[in-house]
Design a protein around this ligand. Sequence first.
Ligand code: NAD
Length: 290
Amino acid sequence: MTMHIPDQTGRTVIVTGGSSGIGKATAAALAAKGARVILAVRDQTRGRAAAAEIGGLTESRPLDLGSLASVREFARTTDGPIDYLINNAGSMTDTLRHTTDGFESQFGVNHLGHFALTNLLLSQITRRVITVSSTNYRSAHIDFEDLQWQRRPYRPFGAYGQTKLANLLFTRELQRRLSRAGSPILATAAHPGWAATGFTMTTGRRILDHTLALGTRLLAQSPEGGARPTLLATIGDVPGASFSGPSRFGVRGPAALEELSGEALNDDTAQKLWEVSELLTQIKFPLPTS
Ligand SMILES: NC(=O)c1ccc[n+]([C@@H]2O[C@H](COP(=O)([O-])OP(=O)(O)OC[C@H]3O[C@@H](n4cnc5c(N)ncnc54)[C@H](O)[C@@H]3O)[C@@H](O)[C@H]2O)c1
């Protein structure tokens, strides 16, 4: 299934986690249409190799979303207008870990890192902020009493789902703030469905892990297929804060707009999460909103 992407010559795109999987496929599709693509990645050896493989105007620059110092340094050293910021990177861990700033790692990387990056770059972004979520958001909940799993036994899938719900609430509140500030920038989100990338969680239970691996081999789409919703959310004719997904069940099929459900539609939760994120990162929305 091919997707028509218009000429991107003269446009600059940042793709976090762009050296592998869906991010790399997204970067390659935009680079092939002439965009200058910056792969914002932790491992520069892998980043440079991916940039060379993608070709065109692709470069690799260091970014560790698990370190606010790294996010600040990336933003400080990024010049000029950015047409699209694609918040694609994601972390999935099976044990409780923490970022260098002491945040629960999935929350710190998937949500707070992108929250910080977006706000620090916002005055340079000209078109869109696209954030990659997951269908896991549907069964997730933002627990403001224990956002970072300090009081409860750690549930890795629960923690991951909370960050993917946070990605959508972030998109919603970002769009609300942009609109209030009179900014033309759009905030959109995508979920890739199920794509065969390096992104798999091992549970330590042999049969379950084997089933998950087999299911991925049989059912999941390619990274290129997983990139389609992101590309649609980047260049498609979607109104702000829309959400695109490959199918109702998120496995295979064409990318399409999708109605969000449940907590992802809660404006109060979105606003509260934004305020908490500002407090935790000490980074604020940079545009006037009154
Ligand atoms: N593959 C799927 O089926 C699937 C399903 C739902 C959602 N997603 C989402 O798609 C996105 C891309 O994942 P993928 O499937 O391509 O897997 P992937 O493992 O290939 O890509 C994830 C990328 O994020 C990067 N990353 C992780 N921690 C980082 C950090 N601290 N700083 C900077 N980069 C970091 C990794 O290095 C990697 O390049 C993720 O946000 C994931 O949650 C994937």
